[in-house]
Design a protein around this ligand. Structure first.
Ligand SMILES: [Mg+2]
Length: 426
């Protein structure tokens, strides 16, 4: 999927499907006796067991997710408590996704009971999307389970489609478009928008944004100031039909790995230099693809074990030296915590760095990093020059180690770096 664009694209069309009371409905699907009864799926069914999924019937009697069994049974004495069967739910999930894939290639499962179907490229095929939604419901009933119900929302972006899917439950079908969006939003409070917490609603209200309609028409800068972050801009885009919740990069990650030879590992500085080349490899790939990463992973093998961790940079990241700095910081913290020697040592046999959870570069640059925008542009320029005039013509000082240009940087644009670093794009 590639809809992460700032420009308003009235052309996009997204279907969001949310299975209703999914766990409980799967139980009722498999056990006829449970159908029509209030049931509560729990992780354990002791007195204080927590209900993680009430059935539609249980919800009607006031049973809520998170209630303890003793309280729930006081409210609804005929409630049937059941333990979870994750394999059962996964089995149904797989079957449902298979049905969705019948209608469009772009199907992104968002959780075990939710999925997004990008219909943008299928509009000519399905001229009536509500008919399509009804067909999907029918297929699920016929081929997956006659007791399973879903709510479907259709809109120009994933957020509004999800919002639409929540408007009528169970078994709903709601379409949000330019004609009816104000009417739909007019019936909702700020906290009804998935993702707006009461805390954020309070911040928005402090800035004079009291309801979803005002949020939709507020100046983007005002919303950004109210949220004190880029998140505010996302809200502006979502309610004005741009896509910020889906991207081509949803599934993708980039990884760079390198074996460390016995002679290389003798010198820890050399090992660190190799770690930097891995970060540089990822940086230039991200620059080329115009993405920034929200997550970093690092994995190290030693002669006698392994270490690995995840890093959340706090803001999307692209710069190799910054990735390296965060990795080293993480290693330091980890070594301190466990009281072990430095993790960057001469027992390392291989290094791996991964970046994933990407955001579109245009969007990231536009919205949050005014102060780093120039740096990002400079980096792009450096890579442009490199690809035009040869990679060893222009090298950042940090890429120079002991006066030598790192091999990997020289190898930019050739197949060499593919041999030397194992690159994987999922
Ligand atoms: Mg659901």
């Amino acid at each position: 999927m590639n809809q992460n664009r700032i420009s308003k694209d009235g052309q996009a069309l997204v279907l969001f499907i949310d299975m209703n009371s999914f766990f409980a409905s799967c139980e009722q699907q498999d056990n006829y006796w449970l159908r029509g009864r209030p049931i509560g799926v729990c992780v354990y069914t002791g007195q204080y067991g927590c209900i993680i999924a009430p059935s539609i019937e249980a919800k009607k009697r006031g049973i809520k997710t998170g209630m303890r069994l003793n309280e729930a049974i006081r409210i609804c004495p005929e409630l049937v408590p059941l333990e979870t069967n994750p394999d059962r739910y996964r089995g149904y999930h797989v079957k449902i996704i298979k049905i969705l894939k019948r209608y469009a290639e772009d199907v992104i499962p968002k959780s075990i009971d939710e999925a997004v179907v990008n219909l943008t490229n299928y509009k000519l095929i399905y001229d009536d999307v509500s008919e399509l939604a009804k067909k999907i419901k029918k297929d699920i009933n016929r081929e997956v389970g006659d007791w399973l119900k879903c709510s479907i929302g259709i809109a120009p972006n994933a957020f509004l489609a999800k919002l639409a899917s929540g408007i009528k439950k169970p078994d709903g079908l709601t379409i949000i478009n330019e004609q009816n969006i104000d009417e739909v939003l007019g019936r909702l409070q700020l906290v009804d928008l998935p993702g707006i917490s009461s805390n954020m609603a309070w911040r928005l209200q402090k800035h004079g944004i009291n309801n979803p309609i005002q949020l939709r028409y507020a100046q983007p800068e005002k919303v950004k100031n109210a949220c004190q972050s880029v998140v505010g801009l996302y809200w502006h885009y979502r309610l004005n039909f741009s896509e910020v919740d889906l991207s081509t990069h949803d599934y993708k990650s980039m990884q760079a790995m390198r074996q460390i030879s016995a002679s290389q590992r003798e010198n820890v500085e050399q090992v660190e230099a190799i770690l930097l080349t891995l970060c540089t490899t990822l940086e230039k790939r991200m620059v080329r693809q115009n993405v920034l990463a929200n997550d970093i992973s690092v994995s190290i093998r030693y002669e006698d074990g392994r270490w690995g961790d995840m890093i959340k940079p706090g803001a999307p990241i692209q710069e190799a030296t910054e990735i390296l700095r965060l990795i080293k910081l993480k290693m330091k913290q980890s070594a301190l915590r466990s009281g072990s020697e430095s993790l960057l040592n001469n027992k390392i046999t291989s290094l791996g760095v991964g970046v994933f959870n990407f955001v579109d570069g245009d969007l990231a640059q536009f919205n949050m990093f005014e102060n780093t925008l120039r740096k990002d542009n400079l980096r792009k320029l450096v890579y442009d020059i490199k690809s035009k005039f040869g990679n060893d013509k222009l090298v950042k000082a940090v890429e120079l180690t002991n006066g030598k240009v790192l091999k990997d940087v020289i190898g930019f644009g050739s197949v060499k770096d593919l041999d030397e670093d194992y690159i994987m794009q999922l």
